[in-house]
Write a protein that binds this ligand. Sequence first.
Ligand code: CA
Length: 254
Amino acid sequence: MGQTLHPAGKRGSCFDPPLFTVTGEGPSMKARILIVEDEPAIVDNLEYALQTEGFETLCRATGGDVPALLESEPIDLIVLDIGLPDVNGLELCKTIRQHHSIPVIFLTARSEEIDRVVGLEIGADDYVVKPFSPRELCARVKAVLRRAQCAPVPPASRPPLEVIDHKHCIRCFGQPLELSRYEYALLKILVEHPGQVFSREHLMARVWDDPLASMDRTVDAHVKNIRKKIKAVQPEFDPIVTHRGVGYSLKENP
Ligand code: CA
């Protein structure tokens, strides 16, 4: 049997919240569960059980592209096998935790204490040991989602750089930066993916209308201007990191 890992006080408590709706996505959205598991029979059983309960499911047999998937797909909960063919599920959970607070339920074939302790330390929300019944897992998914929906919103600490999308504006310590169209688009990508290194080519392709006609140096010149504008607001603040020969990233805790 699995063991529930939810340290007291980590989640808030409340009565009878809506089960399968997604906060902020409108009342009719089904909760989306990502199943990362390489044993097809388990995946089939889980998908069937979760879909029967009204969940939407996505499946991956390997963990390698999960971080990228989380950037592009809204996911409400991850059922994560620890023994994946390409990566260790525990390591993958650590990686996910750097940027996301999505609830994670571990699946494992092993019942050693060490896994449970490590799972708890790296922020798993629950833990199910194989073999388990799909019904049991469904019950746990519901319980974890319920807790997640009741989780207290962390106190708002405003980041130094904020993208105000509808105003096409980026604020630095509350002050709007006067950015050109390309400077805005470039800084927006960096701010929205702190810690992620973007190559010049990637930035060029995403920001410029006609990347082929532009030069690599264009990115450098724009980053230089952005830095100057940020410095004008806050002289000590230098959040953009240059990765020589590669590209740029935004510091994770600028
Ligand atoms: Ca496995």
